[in-house]
Each structure stands twice: as structure tokens, then as C-alpha cells.
Write a protein that binds this ligand. Structure first.
Ligand SMILES: [Zn+2]
Length: 375
């Protein structure tokens, strides 16, 4: 195992399959979590339309918080006054905070060597976050895993813009690494490089040399095709150490996730499963269902046969459709529980398939259901 023996953070590889997929277990001061893992996003201190008890009951072991939102409202010091984000939210298992790099990019931040300058979505006030401050904020918030501040680029982008972003990302990663002080937190570096495969490789080598507890692949699912995304993942993973977890940021489409797992990615997060739930879309092993559709009006069956979630256990498609169409918030809650349960079952299937050597068949099955189009 490549991980340093003295480290409190260890990545144990339990099984591998051809192509590089890994079934693993991450050991931290809090305990362990299994990989591949999907992490629901609790942007502002809660998963939207779900309770922490429900998220734990589904089986999730890691959830996300967003530093950008928490630093603005209620403020990192307020979170810290509860001990940590764990104390504030009541979530007892692992947590990861992102650095805010993606949010500030989507809000049109200005970048300089010093840091990122952006406007608050709450009151328009202007803020600057440096890589050092991103570390300090995340140490205050106190999740188990913190992310370095990076510069993300929307794609397609001209090569010189990607190069400039990469240069800042690398300098900032170095500064973040030397700033980190909490020994009970892991810090993950982030590989960038847009769709330029040589830059992805260069970035992975640079970030790997800084010896983080884990490595993220950032700046994907921002406008490129699935093929381009997978090529960028391959170019990155090739230069990342075997013995550390790898996290693909912001990718939660079932086929893209499974294809990334097949290429050696271990961790995922995405707001889409809960967001599309609130818009009436159900994720199933048969593909995506638009639950507002008239065809479900008199349908007495569950959203998905065989799904163990609370929505499928007690509510018919007909009722879910009705609640959606009259704007009852309960509909969004029911589909959030269902979609997150689907994501959990999906990674569970991937874990079993890696051990059994059947990951290729699972990918083919999910791809044929999902790429055929909704309904
Ligand atoms: Zn369900």
C-alpha cells in the first residue's frame, strides 16, 4: 500500500477488476467508508427536502457541504461555534467540504495570483477568497475532508485560458498544502486541465507530487461530451497514485459514473439526483421517468419495483404524479428519497460487480436503459 503508515487516512483496496476499477475502503479518524461511493450534496447544511436520519437510513456514509454557501450564510465561525458542521447539522458520519472553486467560477469570479474575487448571491457584497483562507474556512467548518481552492474552466475553452487556470490551480494547491494544519482532516488536491489531455497529465503529476490524502478530478461535466470527459479522466488517473482515493467532482449521471468507476475513480458527488427529483424526474434502473406524465395518472404501482425507499414502500405513481401536478412539496421529498436510494443502489451494484468481475455487464445494462432516452 502506497499510503504512509503513520497517516490517519488510509485507502484499502479490497478488489480490482480489469480496466482499473477498485472496490475499496477509506479509513479516517471518524471510522471507515466504502468505495465506490456517491456523496449526496448538502449545499447549505442540509440535503434539500430530506432529513439527516433519512439519508443515513438509505445507507450513505459521506455527504457534502459547500464552503461558498456556509461562509456567506451563516458564516464559518457560526458553524464552528457548534463544534463543526457535524454538530451544526446533526450528521454523524463522514463529511466533505468543497472549497467553493466551482461556485465562484459559475458566478463569474475574477482570478488573480492572490485568490478569487466574487459577489455573494445573497446580498451582492464582494468577497475575495485566497487558497490559504479556503483552508482556514474549511478547518473552521471542520468536515473530515477538505478540498483545495482551484480554478475551474467552463468548456469548451481556448487552450491558453485552460493553461492560465492550470498555473493558478497548481500554485494555489501548493499554498493550500503548506497551510493545512488540522491533522484530523484529509486534504484532497484537484487535477484540472480542461479537455486538453497533455495538460490533464501534467496537472495529475504536479498535484500527485504534493502528496495529498486523496485526489480529485475537477472541471468536468461543464459542457464537454461524455467521450471527452472519459478521455480527460483516463489522462488524469494514469498519473495518480494507486493507494489514494480518487474523486470525480460533480458527475452523477449513472452511465458517466459507472464508466468512471471502470477507469479507477472511487468517489462522486452531484446535486442532480435531488434537483431533478424536485422537478418530477425519477431515476430508475429502467431509465429516467417523468412522473408528471399523464400515463401515471391511474398507476397504482411504486415509482420503481423492487426499490426499498420510503416513497416506493408506501406511495403509488398515481399519487406522486398528483402531488407533483398540484405543487405539493411532499412530492419533491418523496422523489428525493427515491433518487438518492437509486444512487446508493447503483454504487452498491458497482461494488458487487467489481468483486464478481461483472462491471462491464452492469454498465451495458444501465447504458441501454439510460441512453435510450427518458420514458
Ligand atoms: Zn424508491
Amino acid at each position: 500500500m502506497a499510503a504512509v503508515a503513520a497517516s490517519k487516512f488510509q485507502f484499502e483496496i479490497l478488489a480490482t477488476s480489469t480496466g482499473g476499477a477498485r472496490r475499496g475502503r477509506v479509513h479516517t479518524p471518524r471510522g471507515t467508508y466504502e468505495t465506490p461511493v456517491f456523496m449526496p450534496v448538502g449545499t447549505r447544511g442540509t440535503i434539500k427536502a430530506a432529513l439527516v436520519g433519512q439519508i443515513a437510513e438509505i445507507g450513505f456514509e459521506v455527504i457534502l457541504g459547500n464552503t461558498y454557501h456556509l461562509m456567506l450564510r451563516p458564516g464559518a465561525e457560526v458553524v464552528a461555534s457548534f463544534g463543526s458542521l457535524h454538530g451544526f447539522t446533526g450528521w454523524k458520519r463522514h463529511m466533505l467540504t468543497d472549497s467553493g472553486g466551482f461556485q465562484v467560477m459559475s458566478l463569474g469570479a475574477e482570478y488573480s495570483e492572490q485568490g478569487a474575487r466574487f459577489r455573494s448571491i445573497y446580498d451582492g457584497s464582494v468577497h475575495t477568497v485566497t487558497p490559504e483562507e479556503a483552508v482556514a474556512l474549511q478547518e473552521l467548518i471542520g468536515a473530515d475532508i477538505q478540498m483545495v481552492l482551484d480554478v475551474c474552466t467552463m468548456l469548451p475553452a481556448p487552450r491558453d485560458r485552460v493553461e492560465r487556470a492550470l498555473e493558478l490551480t497548481h500554485q494555489w494547491a501548493k499554498r493550500a498544502r503548506s497551510t493545512k494544519s488540522r491533522q484530523d482532516q484529509a486534504q484532497f488536491g484537484i487535477v484540472q486541465g480542461g479537455g486538453e489531455l497533455d495538460l490533464r497529465a501534467e496537472s495529475a503529476k504536479f498535484i500527485a507530487d504534493l502528496d495529498f490524502e486523496g485526489y480529485a478530478i475537477g472541471g468536468l461535466a461543464v459542457g464537454e461530451s461524455r467521450g471527452e470527459m472519459l478521455a480527460a479522466i483516463e489522462a488524469s488517473v494514469e498519473h495518480l497514485p494507486e493507494g489514494k482515493p480518487r474523486y470525480l467532482m460533480g458527475v452523477g449521471d449513472p452511465v458517466g459514473m459507472l464508466e468512471a468507476i471502470a477507469r479507477g475513480v472511487d468517489m462522486f458527488d452531484c446535486v442532480a439526483p435531488s434537483r431533478i427529483a424536485r422537478h418530477g424526474q425519477a431515476m430508475t434502473f429502467g431509465g429516467k421517468l417523468h412522473m408528471k406524465n399523464l400515463r401515471y395518472q391511474r398507476d397504482e404501482g411504486p415509482v420503481e419495483d423492487g426499490c426499498p425507499c420510503a416513497a416506493c414502500a408506501g406511495y403509488s405513481r398515481g399519487l406522486v404524479r398528483h402531488l407533483l401536478n398540484v405543487g405539493e412539496p411532499t412530492a419533491g421529498m418523496l422523489l428525493t428519497l427515491h433518487n438518492l436510494t437509486f444512487m446508493y443502489r447503483l454504487v452498491q451494484r458497482a461494488r458487487t460487480a467489481i468483486v464478481d468481475g461483472t462491471l462491464g455487464a452492469v454498465i451495458a445494462e444501465v447504458r441501454s436503459a439510460w441512453d435510450a432516452g427518458p420514458d
